[in-house]
Design a protein around this ligand. Structure first.
Ligand code: MTE
Length: 319
C-alpha cells in the first residue's frame, strides 16, 4: 500500500480530475470501451485485476503541488510537440502516427546483474501505476501541465538490479528511418539519448510515463514509454525509450552532443540562469496569453534540491 501514502508533491483528492476509467494498453489500442467499475474508486491498486490498473484508485496515488495551475488542454499540447524524429517543427503529430509502438520491447543492459529485454505489457504488469499531474518546462521557455500516468523510475531501477559501479542511467530512443525519416538527417546524433545520475533516477519524482489524460500515451507524446523529470528542462524527458543502460561513465545526450554550450548534462530549471540566446526568467504556458515567472527547479525544489547540495554555484547544473 506504499503508493497510497500522500507524498509531499501530491494534490488533495478533491482536486484530482476524474476522467474515464480505462483498461490495459492492448485492450485500449484494440478500441475496447471503458471499464464499468465505479466500485473500483477508492480501492487498493494492488487488488485490481491487471486490466484495471489505470483506474481512478491508481490515479489518486499521484499528484502535483501547484494545484491552482490548470491542466493544459489535451487538444493544445497534443498538437504542439518536440519530437525531432518526425520533424523539427512543433506540428509533427500527424507524422508521429507512423511510429510503430505495438509491439514494443525495452532492453536493460550495461552494469546490471542480468541484462533484460521486456515486453512493455509485461513490464507494466509488474509496475505500480499512478497518475501524477506534473509541470513541464521546455528549455525554449514554453510550459504545460499534464496528468501523466506511469510508474516511478526507481521501481524500474530496482527491477534492473544495477551493480554498485553503475553511477548513471542512459536512455535511448528507437532508431528506424522507415517510420521516422528525419533520422536520416546525418547532422543529428541519432538515436536520441539522454542520461541522468542514479540518485536522480531513484528520486521520488522521476517517472516513466505510459499514458496521459486518462489514455494510453499518444504517439506524439513519445509512446509507448517516455521519461518525465519535472524539475529539469523538457529535453531530458526522452520519448519512445527502447533501451536503458546502467553505466559508470557520464552519458552525453542528444542536445549536449549537438551543442554543449547551450544544453548540458544537468539541465535543472533555474529562472536566474539564462540560455545564451534567451531569458529563462519567464515562460509561456501553452493555451494562456500571458507569460508567468519560471520557478527554481520548476517548483520542485523541496523534493530535489538536496541532490545538488554544494553544487549550486556550478553554472553547468542549470542548463
Ligand atoms: N525525445 C525524443 N526522442 N525526441 C525529441 O525530439 N524532445 C524533447 C523531449 N523528448 C524529444 C524527446 C523536448 S526538447 C521536449 S520539450 C519534450 O520531449 C517535449 O515533449 P512533448 O512533445 O510531449 O511536449
Amino acid at each position: 500500500m506504499h503508493y497510497h501514502r500522500r507524498k509531499s508533491w501530491a494534490i488533495r483528492e478533491s482536486l484530482a480530475t476524474e476522467e474515464s476509467l480505462f483498461m490495459n494498453r492492448r485492450q485500449l489500442m484494440a478500441g475496447a470501451g471503458a471499464l464499468a467499475g465505479a466500485g473500483l474508486i477508492g480501492g487498493a491498486a494492488q487488488a485490481l485485476p491487471a486490466e484495471a490498473r489505470f483506474s481512478p484508485a491508481v490515479r489518486r496515488a499521484g499528484g502535483f503541488p501547484h494545484a491552482t495551475t490548470p491542466v493544459t488542454p489535451e487538444s493544445i499540447n497534443s498538437t504542439y510537440n518536440n519530437f525531432y524524429e518526425f520533424g523539427s517543427s512543433k506540428s509533427i503529430s500527424r507524422e508521429a502516427q507512423a511510429l510503430n509502438s505495438d509491439p514494443w520491447t525495452l532492453t536493460i543492459d550495461g552494469d546490471v546483474e542480468q541484462p533484460l529485454t521486456l515486453d512493455i505489457d509485461a513490464l507494466m504488469n509488474r509496475m505500480p501505476m499512478q497518475e501524477r499531474v506534473y509541470r513541464h518546462r521546455c528549455v525554449e521557455a514554453w510550459s504545460m501541465v499534464v496528468p501523466w500516468i506511469g510508474f516511478p523510475l526507481k521501481d524500474l531501477v530496482a527491477l534492473a538490479a544495477p551493480l554498485s559501479k553503475a553511477r548513471y542511467v542512459r536512455f535511448e530512443t528507437f532508431f528506424d528511418t522507415d517510420t521516422a525519416p528525419e533520422q536520416k538527417a546525418s547532422w543529428y546524433p541519432w538515436p536520441y539519448s539522454e542520461g541522468i545520475t542514479i540518485s536522480e533516477a531513484t528520486n521520488d519524482l522521476a517517472m516513466i510515463v505510459v499514458g496521459a489524460y486518462g489514455k494510453v500515451l499518444h504517439k506524439q507524446f513519445g509512446a509507448p514509454l517516455r521519461l518525465h523529470l519535472p524539475w529539469k528542462y523538457g529535453f531530458k524527458s526522452i520519448k519512445s525509450i527502447s533501451k536503458i543502460t546502467f553505466t559508470s561513465r557520464k552519458p552525453k545526450g542528444f542536445w549536449e552532443t549537438l551543442n554543449g554550450r547551450e544544453y548540458g548534462f544537468w539541465a535543472n530549471v533555474n529562472p536566474e540562469v539564462d540560455h545564451p540566446r534567451w531569458t529563462q526568467a519567464t515562460e509561456k504556458p501553452l493555451g494562456q496569453d500571458d507569460r508567468v515567472p519560471t520557478q527554481l527547479y520548476n517548483g520542485y525544489g523541496a523534493q530535489v534540491a538536496g541532490m545538488y547540495a554544494g553544487m549550486e554555484g556550478d553554472r553547468s547544473t542549470w542548463f
